[in-house]
Ligand binder design. Sequence first.
Ligand code: UDP
Length: 235
Amino acid sequence: MHYKRVLLKLSGEALMGNRQYGIDPERLNDYAKEIKTLVDKGVEVAIVIGGGNIFRGVAGASKGMDRVQGDHMGMLATVINGLALQSACENSGIQTRLQSAIKINEVAEPFIRRKAMRHLEKGRVVIFGGGTGNPYFTTDSAAVLRAIEIEADVILKGTRVDGIYTEDPEQNQNATKFDFITFEDVLKKGLKVMDTTAFTLSQENELPIIVFDMNTRGNLFKVVSGENIGTKVNL
Ligand code: UDP
């Protein structure tokens, strides 16, 4: 396999499948099976899961809720998704640990970097819940932060689009896809890959990001084997 240790970022919305809200168990099981194909090949897999299918702090704030309060709800939502993903992974026969950035010890291990790395070395999938543990951040930032901390080779951003386009492909049919693009060009062209905080953290630490379509079976495996799927953002 091309990459030895990967950090997979899954948005909360990805877990909804075709629903408007919440978690689609079938989608979750599909993802677990995809992840297992990597584990079976000895790839070390860490996952950061979002919470947008349940709650976003900004949405609460826009309706008059205190932003920090809303962000706390969002972070708890990621823990709920983490638990669901952990269940699905274990049903697929993958040993999994959930580590949370906010202490919730009866439910998940606290985030401890060395412990997370040990789990990975033992072939366990580590799911990071709770985002960064701080309000005003996103799970994209958590994904980059954790990837750097655990010395992952790459961040795999699994989405429903198959890469980065010149324009939004869902809005404009003439949009064309990049196979490779530099961090600098993404910023220059004003393309949206992750929020700015997450993106610059990745750039500063020279950590490549691959954006790919997670909903096509076998894609995750292809990306990790080094096949040119999606768009790779590099220096
Ligand atoms: N969140 C936060 N700090 C973090 C990560 C997440 O406060 O480090 C909150 C924030 O309110 C965010 C919500 O959790 O809106 C869900 O995360 P995100 O929107 O990143 O999820 P995704 O878009 O990936 O589903």
